[in-house]
Ligand binder design. Structure first.
Ligand SMILES: Cc1cc2nc3c(=O)[nH]c(=O)nc-3n(C[C@H](O)[C@H](O)[C@H](O)COP(=O)(O)OP(=O)(O)OC[C@H]3O[C@@H](n4cnc5c(N)ncnc54)[C@H](O)[C@@H]3O)c2cc1C
Length: 387
């Protein structure tokens, strides 16, 4: 670093915000994280981390911890909803893309990310309500009346980003009439039948699907997440806590393969989530404020890449900022956006269409083989006037 070690304020301590805290600290920056929640809660959900995000997590220093707790599936397995016929299987040995494919409890990933951020850096109960850029400083205003200052701000405040509303303007989510049911429960409830198996399995129905996998190394927890059409207009603010009706869920999967029905029959209760999408944003930054993760490229969960791409963002942002040594922060933000946007837009589009690995043998290396630490970045000058 040069003489000036910039202070970067990160808004939001979700997957992307904490990953950015890790990568920016590695790049030698002062980091402060402001999170609206009064405390972190263990949300009942699984999450898949593919080799592309595992490479970032490796350098942040949490790979070993995640390996100890996570389930490492043999493959991405895609099957027909009723017959169980395999329509595509992609074995995922570590040698394929140079990092493991892990499935885990969402809270285990969040705790691991939080574990590398020293105490005193994450400030809870700090709901951002305003931003003011003046000269080389940005002032953050919080709902409790307090303020903070930083050289730059990273808006990692999720799909309902206040930072995005401030720098781009409010947007309206698109609701395509689909919801996700999800549940994590003890595999003891499956009564010793290993219907979940060694892989992460996506069961493809005509207008719905279900993804099932273990979330723990000892296979003691099973997780599923669905996508189903919802006849009634059911919309929440993408709440993680809305309860679903397990009877309705079972009914929605009535004709599915017995292995799916065994899992749903064993499930004691479930949560429900409205799947909302958004149009790609015209830009991600404004001066010394930039967006990251769901705040700038929210996507359907169908490719399991929402958190993964937020984690990739964190690595590229750190590389761009490290190079400017606290000087041209605005240029570093433009360079980050220019590199990241084509990739995340492509993933958003495939995710929205829900065609990923639905048969065929299309290339997957561009997605899982991406290495955010080593992928070439075009020279900073080439981005100067492009955005
Ligand atoms: C059902 C489902 C399954 C999924 N499965 C996967 C998967 O397997 N793999 C994968 O990679 N992705 C998956 N995703 C996507 C993934 O969960 C998201 O993309 C990811 O959480 C985005 O991270 P983020 O940090 O951008 O936002 P978030 O994780 O939403 O974090 C945003 C944070 O900002 C805070 N915040 C919000 N507003 C403010 C404010 N005004 N002031 C301060 N703080 C604020 C919030 O409290 C929150 O802590 C899934 C999503 C869903 C819905």
């Amino acid at each position: 670093m040069g003489q000036h070690k910039p202070t970067i304020a990160i808004v939001g301590a979700g997957m992307g915000g904490l990953a950015a805290a890790g990568t920016l600290r590695l790049a030698g920056m002062n980091v402060q994280v402001y999170e609206q929640a009064p405390q972190f809660e263990r949300i009942g959900a699984g999450i898949q981390m593919m080799p592309n995000s595992m490479k970032v997590l490796r350098r942040i220093g949490i790979e070993d911890r995640l390996r100890r707790v996570s389930f490492q599936p043999y493959s991405h397995l895609n099957r027909e909803w009723d017959t169980g016929t395999v329509i595509r299987e992609l074995p995922m040995p570590e040698s394929l893309f140079g990092a493991p494919y892990l499935c885990m409890h969402r809270a285990d990933l969040h705790e691991a990310l939080a574990s590398v951020v020293p105490e005193g850096i994450v400030h809870l109960n700090k709901k951002l309500v305003g931003l003011d850029q003046a000269g080389c400083q940005v002032t953050l205003a919080f709902a409790d009346g307090t303020r903070a200052q930083a050289d730059a701000v990273v808006g990692a405040d999720g799909v309902h980003s206040v930072v995005r509303d401030i720098i781009i303007g409010p947007d309206t989510p698109l609701h395509k009439g689909r919801i996700a049911y999800r549940a994590v429960f003890s595999s003891a409830l499956l009564k010793a039948t290993d219907v979940v198996g060694r892989s992460r399995t996506k069961w493809w129905g005509l207008d719905r699907h279900i993804v099932i996998y273990y979330t723990t190394a000892d296979r003691s927890q099973v997780y599923f997440v669905t996508s189903v059409p919802e006849p009634a207009e059911w919309l929440t603010r993408e709440s993680w806590s809305a309860k679903g009706d397990v009877q309705e869920l079972r009914k929605a999967y009535e004709g599915f393969h017995p292995e799916v029905r065994t899992v749903l029959d064993a499930c004691p209760d479930c949560h429900k989530w409205a799947i909302l999408e958004r149009e790609p944003l015209p830009r991600w930054s404004d001066g010394r404020v930039v967006l990251l993760g769901d705040a700038c490229h929210p996507m359907t969960p169908y490719m399991a890449q929402g958190a993964a791409t937020a984690i990739e963002d964190a690595a590229i942002l750190a590389r761009c900022l490290e190079e400017v040594k606290g000087e041209d922060i605005e240029g570093a933000f433009r360079r980050y956006e220019a590199h990241r946007k084509p990739r995340t837009s492509r993933i958003q589009a495939i995710s929205s269409a829900n065609t990923w690995m639905k048969g065929g043998d299309g290339d997957t290396s561009w997605l899982y083989g991406y290495d955010a630490w080593n992928v070439p970045l075009a020279p900073a000058e080439s981005y100067a006037e492009t955005l």
